[in-house]
Each structure stands twice: as C-alpha cells, then as structure tokens.
Design a protein around this ligand. Structure first.
Ligand code: FAD
Ligand code: FES
Length: 239
C-alpha cells in the first residue's frame, strides 16, 4: 500500500500521480497499480515516470475503467502498488549521444531515463523527441532534464530524428511508431542500438501467466519479466 501525495489532471486525459513509497525503482521499470477491490479483476501496469527513495510518480492517460479509477484518487487516498518490475532501460554510460523518442503516453518512462543518463554521465548529450496527437503535457519538465527537446504535435515524431546522429536510441510508444523508427535506423545504416519498451497487455505482471508474450528473434519472451525493454532488432527483425 502506498499513500497518494498528489494526482493532478494535466489535460487531454493525462494525469501525474505521486505516491509515497520507499523504493529503488530504476528507469524503464513499471508497477502494477490497483485502486479498487474486485473490478476490474487485474491490476494495471504503469511505468515509472520519476522516483526518489521516498516516492514514485506515474504519468498515465485515462483510456478505460482502471485508469479512470486511478484518476479519481485524491491526496491521502491509499493505492496498492506492486513493483518495480521489469528489466528497465540499459546502462549507456559509454555512449556520447543518446536520443529518447516517445509517442503519446509512451513518453512516461523517458523523463527518468533522461535524468539518469545525464546523472551517470554529465558529458553525454541527451536529446528528447516527443510526439503528441493533441495538447502537449510536461514539456517544460522534459526540457529541464535534456540538452534538446523536440516536440511534434499531430504529425510523426519519427520524421524529426536523424538516427545517424546518435550512439544509442531509446523509444517507447505505439508499436507502429517504434517499428517505423526501427526501419528508419536500419535504412540509415547507423550502428546505434535501438532499445524499445513494449507495452503489451498484461495480467499477472510477474512472469506467471504468459498473457504478455511477445514474439522475438529469440523465441517467445515475456514482456513483464524479460522486458519491457528489448533491442528493436529482437522484436522487429523476425521472420
Ligand atoms: C510495461 C507497461 C507500461 C505502461 N506504462 C504506462 C504508463 O506509464 N502510462 C499509461 O497511461 N499507460 C501505460 N501502460 C498502458 C496501461 O497499462 C493501459 O493503458 C491500462 O492498463 C489500461 O487500463 P484501463 O482499465 O484503463 O483500460 P482497458 O479497459 O483495459 O482498455 C481500454 C482501451 O485501452 C487499450 N489498452 C489497454 N492496455 C493497453 C496497452 N498495454 N497497450 C495498448 N492499448 C491498451 C484497450 O485495448 C482498450 O481499447 C503501460 C503498459 C505496459 C505493459
Ligand atoms: S503478464 Fe503474466 S507473464 Fe507477463
């Protein structure tokens, strides 16, 4: 159980919720959240947007019953959270130029990623590319943790990035967006690895049910346990 410290509506159905919770969550990991008794049956996976030792923040968008119930929470309410789960984003301390590319609510895990990469290697350049279909959210916050922020509204954020300009690229968003980015990386012949954070539907969140299975070049893998972060080539370059 954690105590909600704040749960702020940001517009366009986006909410930013901060929960009091001792943790050692890493960038790219997620929690299974639950703010109800029996229905919906399953807890909902939400990425870590930010974290310090005493609290975890989540950026989420209301799309159905579970996220609607999360949005009703107020400061002081209790929430069940289980995590942090998943492998998280890789250590890129040896890379000089890193791009983080997010689409829609897939922008959520990129804030802590940028903060962490800059903290681990202050010399490295971290550029963020965010794609929104409507109103933008938290752009000042993202701008404060990177070297350059590029925001695309209503278009294709993948058009804005030159993969050849980077030593590593990290992305989270709709699968179709991440696949376009993977193909662009291949076309540009960049040696930069592309890391993709998959958002498959989940049930248990701990590797027990196979609901989140994802086909990869290494056979079927569990997004909750083996991921959610994979190499783009593992998930998009399969026969
Ligand atoms: C590892 C991981 C991290 C995630 N991080 C975040 C996050 O930081 N913020 C956030 O807002 N969401 C995130 N999601 C997605 C989030 O879990 C779903 O939006 C949520 O479970 C929907 O629950 P619901 O009850 O509100 O909607 P439901 O009633 O379950 O679904 C409503 C609609 O959303 C679609 N939907 C539900 N889950 C997904 C999904 N995983 N991918 C695509 N479409 C889906 C359904 O098909 C349906 O059309 C993440 C998912 C995963 C697997
Ligand atoms: S959600 Fe159950 S195995 Fe991944």
């Amino acid at each position: 159980m954690g105590k909600v410290q704040s749960n702020e509506a940001l517009g366009e159905g986006f909410y930013l919720m901060r929960v009091e919770e001792k943790n050692n969550a890493r960038m790219g990991q997620f929690y299974m959240l639950r703010a109800w008794e029996t229905y919906p049956v399953l807890s909902r996976p939400i990425s870590v947007y930010d974290a310090d030792e005493e609290s975890v923040s989540f950026l989420y968008k209301v799309v159905g019953k579970g996220t609607e119930l999360l949005a009703r929470l107020q400061a002081g309410d209790e929430i069940t959270l289980d995590g942090a789960h998943g492998n998280g984003f890789p250590d890129l301390a040896d890379k000089k130029r890193i791009a983080l590319v997010g689409g829609g609510v897939g922008i959520a895990p990129l804030y802590l990623a940028a903060k962490t990469y800059k903290k681990e290697n202050p010399q490295c350049i971290v550029d963020i590319y965010l794609g929104f279909s409507g109103k933008t959210v938290l752009t000042e916050e993202f701008e404060s943790v990177c070297d350059k922020l590029t925001v695309n509204v209503g278009g294709f954020v993948t058009d804005d990035i030159d993969p050849a300009a980077y030593d590593a690229i990290v992305t989270c968003g709709p699968t179709v967006m991440m696949k376009v980015l993977y193909n662009k990386c291949v076309k540009s012949r960049t040696a930069a690895p592309l890391y993709v954070s998959m958002e498959n539907r989940m049930a248990c969140g701990i590797g027990a049910c196979l609901v989140c299975s994802c086909r990869t070049s290494d056979g079927n893998r569990k997004v909750c346990k083996d991921g959610p972060v994979f190499l783009g080539s593992e998930v998009f370059n399969i026969e």
